[in-house]
Design a protein around this ligand. Sequence first.
Ligand code: ADP
Length: 510
Amino acid sequence: MLPFLAPLKESIWLRVTLLSLTSSFLAVVLWIVGDNFLPVNGIMLALSVGAACLALSVVVGKVVANYALQATDFLSKAILLVTRAESTVESPDPNALAAPSRAFLQSLATNIYSLGSASASANYAQSTSGSFFETLAHTIALPIIVLNKEQSISFINQAALDYFALSSESVIGKPLYDVLDLSFVSSLTLESWVKESSNSRVTATEVWERVRRTKEDGTRNQFDMAAHYSKDDANGIEVTLALFDRTRHYERDDHDLTFVALAVHELRTPLTIMRGYIEVFEDEISESLNPEQTAFMHNMSASAQQLTAFVANILNVARVEENALTVRLKEEKWPDVLLGACKDMELRASVHNKKLVYKIAENLPTAAVDKVSIYEVLNNLLDNAVKYTHTDEDIEVATYEKDGFIETTVTDRGVGIPESLIGHVFDKFYRAHQSKNSVGGTGLGLFLSRSIITAHGGTIWVKSKEGEGSTFGFTIPIYANVANQIKNEDNGEIVRGAHGWIKNHSYYRG
Ligand code: ADP
C-alpha cells in the first residue's frame, strides 16, 4: 500500500476499533443494568441488548463507511470530470475531505487534471493538424497572410496569391515589405504599428482603410486591412493579416475626385475675374459705401476667397493623387510669408467675429518654403480654426525656432476633436466632428496640408481636447540647413514631390 494512505488506514482502523469497543462496553453496561434493575428475564434481556447493539452498529457503521469512501468519491469525481464521462458530475471539493488524506488526494487530483488537459490538447492537435488548417485557410475567399517574427511571409492563402497575382514559391520566407509595396493614407503604416506593438503590447489589433498596392503594370489593388499582432506566439506567428478588397469602391472615389477636379478647374477663370472686380470695387467705391454695404462687400470678398481656396484644394489633391504636385523651396522671410497668408484670412475671421492674434519670435532665420503651397496649408489651418470655433474667441498664430526647424502653430478655443478620432484627421476624406453635418468641408484640407509639409521635409501635428480647442502645428526647414542642396539645383530652388501615400517601409519614406 502507498505510504501516503497510511494515515487514512490508521484513522479508519481506529474508528472501527472504537466502534467495537464502544458496542461491547455498551452491551456489558446494558446487561448489568437490565439484570440488576429491570424486571426482565434473561432471554428478553439478551434480545434487547442485542437489538440496541445492532442499531448502534448500523448507525456507526454507516458513518465509518461514508468516511472510508470519501477518498474514493473524491478521486472518482475528479476522473469522471476530466474524462467527461458524466455530464452532471460536480467538481470534488478538497475541503470536504478529512485531514489525514487531504493533501495527498489533492495532489493526486491535480495530476488527474493535468493528464486530462494533456490528452485533450493531444486530441485537439490530432483533429486540427496542419493540413486541416491549411485546407481551411486556402478555401476561405478572403486573402490571408501570416508573418513570422522577422516580418517574413510564413503562410499566404490561395485567395491572397490570386489577389496579388503571386506564386507561393516566390513569396514564402521573403520579407513582406520586399514582396508587397504597400502604401497607407496615414502615417501609421503596418511596419510602424508592428514596431510600436512589439515595444508595448502582448497582443494588438488594428484596421486600416484604403491601403494601396501598385502592381507592375501600373494597376492598383486598394483594400482595407485588419491585422492581429501576437508577441512570443508558440507557433512563431507574429502578425496575421486579413485583406478586404475595396478596389472598385475606392476607384469610384478617385474617379469622382478626378471628375470634380476637372469641373472645378473650369471655375478658376470666372472666379479670378470675380475676385478682380471685387478688389476694384473695394478700392474705388469703399469710401462711398454705408456700413451695411461695406459689410456686404466684406462678405462677398471673404466668400470669393473661400471658394478660391476650395478650388485650389481640390485641384491639388487630384495632383497629389497623381504624384504631380511639386513644391519649389526658396529662401523666404518666414514672418512676411506667414503674415501675408494671415492677412487674407483676417477678413474671413472678422466676418465670423473672430480676431487673429500673433506671437512671432524675433530674429527668425530665413526659411526654405514654397510660398504658394504653404499659403494653402495656412489657409486650411486658419479656415478650420474659424470654422470649428463657434464663439468669438481669438485665434492665435505663433511661430518660433525649434530643433533646427521653424515651427508655426494655429490655436483655437473651438469644439476640439475627440481623442479617439484625432489620429485620423490627416487622412484623406476624413471628417471627424459631429459638426460635420452643419459645418461645410471636404475632409481634404488636412490631408493636403500634410502632403505639402512632408514634401517640405517638415512634420505636421495636432493637439486637441474635445470642448476646449485645438492646436495644429507644422515645421518647415531653416534655409541655412538646406542651402547646400539648393545651390546644387539649377534655379536656386529644391523641387520635391508631395506624396499623399506613405510607403510601408521606412526606407521609402519621405
Ligand atoms: P474639412 O474640410 O472637413 O474641414 P479637413 O481635412 O480640413 O477637412 O479636416 C478634417 C477634420 O478634422 C474636420 O472634418 C474636423 O472634424 C477636424 N478638424 C480640423 N481642424 C479642426 C479644428 N481646428 N477644430 C476641430 N476639429 C477640426
